[in-house]
Design a protein around this ligand. Structure first.
Ligand SMILES: C[S@@+](CC[C@H](N)C(=O)[O-])C[C@H]1O[C@@H](n2cnc3c(N)ncnc32)[C@H](O)[C@@H]1O
Length: 472
């Protein structure tokens, strides 16, 4: 072959080693752990961030970005899955989970952050080269280029069914909740479109950190001296840490005189403590105490009144956490590991009893970004007998004239009103107390006598509380 007849050859692109971006790599590792090992993001992330800081890979801004990427990707997974499904030519279940995690992370950067399009795509492709290899990185590149063709609103218009055709499906895609959860929340909330939209949107917001000043040990005034601290909305013991506030940096928290506790949980303890009693007020029980947030507040309130608290928890390691939370309580208390449905104490022992029962946690979706995708409607059937059993024994544990608080961090009617109604039917010797006047200044608590708090109305988790007096 003569020199002239040869086509000039394009010079081969020199191979470039993929660059590992520590923030995206850490976010990917966290997503894999959540996906593969059913880990919880709020437990997986802190040790990964600590390790990255110790290695010198990360500063505070990197840590904030990695946290945002993980939480945002998990919260918005429902919407992003619908978008990604529209950009790939096979069902999502046939896409390898690690590939899907990189695609979701890239989609969140494109549709849910202000990261410029070019940087969002190239950082995701670079991550794909590191963790998946060059071949699959090309696939990621092709899909994300399609995702980048519209913004979030544009995609929602394309992939969500119209509200009028199917309101629940529409809201499920727009606000990234499983359809059955949308349905259940709407049943409990009632009302029209505006309320449920506000609630679902609130579930996608990052909650502020709220502290509790444990009475007799710390004061709200002391906590308010911290940077970025503002007063709570409803509880006199609550202080909110706005953007950037670090609970670990607060001395009273480090010393256990204050703790991190949502205001909804504080209100549950305060309402139970404020319920009127006939006769003595000396013995209090928290029958499902682990990890001890409400027990620590109840213990401090009981101490101020000269009452004692028994904090009981089935799981021994969680009973250990309760003991830690109550350490230094200003009055007498005891912590035991016991099954609340087969209690070691005698019936009629207590004046006030709290049972904050295990539940689906659908009222705390703001805090646990992956929880909504893990929960199944069948979980309600698993919890139902335990919730009824715990309420039944709580009613047997309180003396005549004493009060039981039944609480859940779920607003699902099957875990709230249905449990209370079923159990009270078998206990004609009880009456519901109106809990609303016991939370003065807190608006929109429902039609009573029980109370339901809401993230979009009260800024709290969706805690439920029914107060029941034993009458005979
Ligand atoms: C919703 S959590 C309670 C949260 C706690 N009140 C707080 O504010 O920190 C429910 C607790 O009940 C415990 N539990 C589950 N089954 C129980 C049983 N049969 N008896 C007593 N506690 C039980 C769980 O281990 C869990 O720690």
């Amino acid at each position: 072959m003569s020199e002239q007849s040869r086509r000039p050859r394009k010079p081969a692109k020199p191979y470039r080693r993929p660059q590992k971006d520590p923030v995206r790599f850490l976010a990917f590792e966290a997503l894999r752990a959540v996906d593969e090992r059913d880990a919880y993001a709020n437990l997986v992330l802190p040790p990964l961030l600590r390790k990255a800081r110790e290695k010198g890979d990360f500063d505070a801004r990197d840590a904030a970005l990695a946290t945002e990427l993980v939480y945002g990707t998990l919260r918005r997974q429902g919407t992003y899955d619908a978008v990604i499904a529209a950009c790939v030519d096979r069902p999502l279940r046939e896409v390898d989970p690690p590939v899907l995690d990189v695609l979701s992370l890239g989609t969140h950067q494109l549709l849910g952050t202000r990261i410029p399009t070019h940087a969002a795509v190239s950082s995701a492709v670079e991550l794909a080269r590191v963790v998946l290899g060059d071949g699959r990185a090309k696939f990621v590149n092709a899909v994300l280029r399609k995702v980048a063709q519209h913004d979030l609103d544009g995609w929602i218009e394309k992939v969500a069914p119209p509200y009028d055709d199917d309101p629940e499906d529409h809201l499920a895609v727009v606000h990234s909740h499983p359809r059955w959860v949308v349905s259940a929340l709407w049943d409990s909330l009632g009302g029209g479109r505006a309320g449920i939209e506000a609630l679902l949107a609130a579930d996608n917001e990052r909650p502020e950190v709220t502290l509790v000043a444990r009475p007799g040990r710390a004061t709200a005034e002391e906590l308010l001296r911290e940077d970025a601290a503002v007063p709570g909305r409803w509880s006199p013991y609550a202080v909110r840490l706005t953007e950037g506030g670090e609970p670990g940096a607060v001395e009273a928290v480090r010393e256990g005189r204050a703790g991190v506790q949502d205001e909804g949980s504080q209100l549950v303890a305060l309402a139970l403590a404020a319920a009127p009693l006939d006769g003595p007020d000396a013995k209090w029980l928290d029958g499902c105490a682990g990890p001890g947030g409400k027990a620590a507040l109840l213990g401090a309130l009981a101490a101020a009144r000269g009452a004692t608290l028994l904090a009981s928890e089935k799981q021994p390691h969680r009973a250990g956490l309760v003991a830690k939370a109550l350490h230094g309580n200003p009055g007498p208390y005891q912590v035991i590991a016991a099954d609340g449905t087969r209690p070691p104490w005698r019936p009629g022992t207590f004046d006030r009893v709290l049972v904050d029962v295990p539940c689906t946690g659908l009222g705390a979706l703001r805090r646990r970004p992956e929880a909504r995708w893990r929960r199944r409607p069948e979980d309600l059937d698993d919890f139902a007998p335990l919730q009824r059993g715990l309420l039944r024994t709580a009613l047997e544990s309180v003396r005549v004239g004493g009060v039981v608080g039944y609480a859940t961090c779920s607003p699902h009617l099957a875990e709230t009103r249905a449990v209370v109604a079923d159990v009270l039917k078998q206990h004609p010797d009880t009456e519901l107390i109106d809990a609303r006047p016991l939370l003065p200044g807190v608006p929109d608590l429902g039609e009573g006598p029980d109370v339901q708090l809401w993230p979009h109305v009260h800024g709290t988790d969706a805690m439920y509380l029914a107060l029941i007096r034993r009458t005979a």
